[in-house]
Ligand binder design. Structure first.
Ligand code: ATP
Ligand code: MG
Length: 412
């Protein structure tokens, strides 16, 4: 795998780590050895109670190991001051874990303040991080968590964990409490952030598909923190190490191509973009010259707002601003499975594709996705079973029919 990432993360090593809780006869984690490369994402999966959270919390010593040693960037952290250690490790939990009475900015600045940063530096860092996680600083810096959606709070949780620029980020089921579409967007922004910052990220999830999407490597654990397999997602899917893994992966293997193939591996179709306030006739001429029957209205950062047909554009002298909340959008880092889900959820035959910063780069049709899968299956390196993507291919017209729903309020 060619890896051109900029690495700022640190490696993590677990050396014969054991956790025995008081009053439990069996150890929660029994002699775990693990090597995590700097700048990589590792996803922990396994059945409930197998020791995922225990293992994660031993890394930042929210739980003390009973035996064994843990190294971060070669330093034995079992000998360090746990408070200091936790300031250098980002930690994100389900639902964000924000302080409810603190504004977003105050939440993000919590650790930098403890570290004695001056206000100007904290303010700059907060603005940078909000932008990084896709939240407009002007809109959100002064909000309270309760006035935000679950997905937005989760983004703030990630920003807060990154505040002091820690080399390691630990995440325990961070996207468990959000709807599937938001979840995909959060996963995509995590991948984009990781590529931009090169942190080492350990993420616990109970969702095998999420693990294969996010993890450079996936760690499959069984009871007692026993390692069933620790390998790249493709390897786990094509070559499960044990019957336990085979069963755990189960029907997921049928979707192997969809979950390990990325949108960026498929050619996207070009789109005509239009800026808010642009003259409708100019936009229509540009779209027609490109052979397009619809355009993508984008904001100043190139992020998509809506995809009106040319008829709709023609109904006003200028391109108007309107946020289509049902617009199907996936990132280049999304899997083909995510792309199909996005189309399905929006009842469209295509989805828009954005880069790491959310700017539109093209569109992807259901036909292109199924072509890719057919080709791969025909190549013979496919999964033997009947491909289950067929559930998506219902014979409906594969051309996108982007319309702004008539019942949605238009701009004034
Ligand atoms: N504080 C505790 N005291 C005693 N036993 C504990 C404690 N915390 C966890 N355990 C036990 O240790 C084992 C591992 O728990 P852990 O929370 O690490 O599992 P997990 O893999 O994160 O599970 P889940 O997917 O349900 O979150 C379980 O059997 C659990 O009951
Ligand atoms: Mg857990």
């Amino acid at each position: 795998m060619t890896d051109l990432r900029n690495v700022t993360g640190a490696s993590i090593t677990l050396d014969s780590v054991v956790k025995r809780y008081k009053g439990q006869d069996k150890p929660a984690v029994e002699r775990l050895d693990l090597e995590i490369d700097a700048g990589h994402i590792v996803a922990f999966v396994g059945p409930s109670g197998c020791g995922k959270t225990t293992t994660l919390k031993m890394i930042n010593r929210l739980i003390e190991p009973t035996e064994g040693r843990i190294f971060i960037g070669g330093r034995d952290v079992t000998r360090e001051d746990p408070d200091k250690l936790r300031q250098s490790i980002g930690y994100v939990i389900q639902s964000g874990g924000l302080f409810p009475h603190w504004s977003v900015a105050k939440n993000i600045g919590a650790i930098p303040r403890v570290l004695g940063w001056d206000n100007k530096r904290i303010a700059e860092r907060t603005e940078y991080l909000l932008d990084l996680v896709g939240l407009d600083p002007g809109t959100f810096a002064d909000r309270l968590p309760k006035d935000m959606s679950g997905g937005q709070q989760q983004r703030v949780g990630v920003a807060r964990a990154l505040a002091a620029d820690p080399p390691v980020l630990l995440m325990d089921e961070p996207f468990g409490a959000v709807d599937p579409i938001t979840r995909v967007r959060l996963q995509d922004s995590l991948i984009a952030i990781q590529h931009e910052l090169g942190k080492t990220i350990v993420i616990v999830t109970h969702d095998f598909e999420e693990a294969t999407k996010l993890g450079d490597k996936v760690l499959i654990l069984s009871e007692g923190g026993h390692v069933e397999q620790y390998a790249r997602p493709e390897e786990i899917l094509t070559d499960p190490a044990t019957p336990f893994v085979e069963e755990f992966v189960g029907s997921g293997a049928k979707l192997a191509y969809l979950t390990v193939s990325r949108v960026r591996d498929v050619d996207v179709d070009p789109v005509t973009t239009a800026r808010i306030g642009e003259s409708a006739s100019v936009v229509i001429a540009r779209a027609k010259a490109a052979g397009h029957t619809w355009v993508v209205v984008v904001d100043e950062s190139g992020r998509p707002r809506s995809w009106p047909s040319l008829t709709e554009v023609a109904s006003k002298p200028e391109v108007s601003d309107y946020l289509d909340r049902r617009l199907p959008v996936v990132a280049q880092s999304s899997t083909l499975n995510d792309a199909l889900d996005a189309m399905l959820a929006a009842s469209q035959g295509a989805t828009l594709v954005t880069d790491g910063r959310g700017a539109v780069v093209g569109s992807l049709s259901i036909g292109s996705v199924t072509d890719v899968i057919q080709t791969k299956l025909a190549e013979g390196n496919g999964v033997a079973e009947e491909p289950s993507y067929e559930t998506y291919v219902d014979g409906s017209d594969p051309t996108p029919t982007p319309v702004v729903a008539a019942d949605e309020p238009g701009p004034a």
